[in-house]
Design a binder for this molecule. Structure first.
Ligand SMILES: Cc1cc2nc3c(=O)[nH]c(=O)nc-3n(C[C@H](O)[C@H](O)[C@H](O)COP(=O)(O)O)c2cc1C
Length: 327
């Protein structure tokens, strides 16, 4: 008998397939659908720092209290204490509607006063909180150290306000991700979600203007995630959820072999429907049967760098003719 249970940030999930933060999890219906299709957990659509600010930001320092910045911060704090209420409703309603874990998601680009909002999310009943932190490293005046500090401050600030587990969802633009991962853990991250796939740009060459790029990934996009899950699993002392390019059962197997505790899926469910989760779980079970594994722990991390016979393979960045065999 094959057992698909996994533990992620101390929570027991019935299987490792988590529906990633997206429009699919932006309302109670979507979350119920995910549970019905067999998901192990859901990450709710993110509430964006800008949204919190926008609702409160109707009040501006200049219009309300010129020259009284501290008082303004206080009033603004009261403003956001009442808003955005809808997201808190989503958290509590989904928590009541399903029995799988509900992970709330906060998108952050700074560690400002709004991090108090995390406390409200905890009170609304979220089992965990995923911090979707994304700072664009394009400002020539900002060093990598400055940017990393923003990440650390956010995690520290939220950690000081909530007791529920915190996952930090990162993009892959880091100079020294091995070090950064360890620092995030030191500041209280219970899990890392590697990696977010950001909104992409394209160009309409007829209208000569910017447009949105294709929003979905394909299986071919999972290479960077696979490498970093394998590099960090067991070394960063943190649970890892793999994200980006996980489309079918074989992708899930690969990520667990690399050491993931769970995987997050969005594009495959947009393109194939939520029912695709059943197919993925069926395929995972079949593979485990075939290879004689009865639980995920029996093969988790088997191909992580930590357990590798040839760790240098994970660090190799350049093509070598003899290895790749395509030149
Ligand atoms: C339409 C859409 C909306 C998304 N919205 C969010 C979001 O609100 N918060 C977030 O952290 N990630 C968001 N994501 C990113 C996904 O959670 C996921 O990390 C990314 O799509 C990579 O996984 P995939 O290859 O399975 O799609 C969104 C993705 C898509 C396609």
């Amino acid at each position: 008998m094959v057992d698909l249970k996994t533990t992620y940030m101390g929570l027991e999930l019935r299987n490792p397939v988590i529906v990633a933060s997206s429009g699919l999890t932006g309302n109670t219906e979507g979350v119920k659908k995910a549970e019905g299709a067999g998901a192990g957990a859901v990450v709710l659509k993110s509430i964006f720092e800008e949204q919190i600010e926008a609702e409160v930001g109707q009040i501006t320092a200049e219009s309300w209290m010129p020259g009284h910045a501290e008082a303004f911060d206080y009033v603004r704090g009261m403003g956001y204490a009442l808003t955005p209420i809808k997201y808190l409703d989503l958290v509590s309603q989904t928590r009541d509607a399903v029995s799988i874990p509900v992970i709330a998601s906060l998108n952050c680009v700074s560690s400002k006063w709004w991090t108090d909002y995390a406390e409200k999310i905890e009170r609304a009943g979220a089992h965990c909180l995923e911090l979707n932190i994304s700072v664009m490293p394009s400002d020539p005046k900002r060093t990598s150290k400055d940017i990393e500090k923003i990440y650390y401050d956010i995690v520290e600030s939220v950690r000081s306000r909530v007791k529920i587990p915190i996952a930090v969802k990162l993009g892959s633009y880091f100079t020294a991700l091995g070090h950064t991962a360890g620092e995030l853990v030191k500041r209280g991250a219970d899990a890392l979600v590697l990696f977010n796939r950001f909104y992409t740009l394209d160009v309409d060459i007829e209208k000569i203007e910017l447009t949105a790029g294709y929003p979905f990934s394909s299986s071919g996009d999972m290479g960077r995630t696979l490498r970093w899950v394998a590099l960090l699993a067991g070394r960063a002392e943190v649970d890892i959820a793999a994200s980006t390019g996980i489309h079918d059962a074989s992708d899930v197997v690969k990520m667990i072999l690399a050491g993931a505790s769970a995987i997050e899926m969005a594009s495959a469910l947009y393109t194939k429907g939520m029912e695709h989760i059943e197919t993925v779980l069926g395929g995972l079970q079949k593979w485990m049967d075939k290879h004689g594994f009865s639980s995920l722990d029996e093969f988790r991390g088997k191909l992580s760098r930590e357990h590798a016979d040839n760790p240098e393979l994970y660090e190799r960045l350049q093509y070598i003719k003899a290895i790749v065999g395509v030149e």
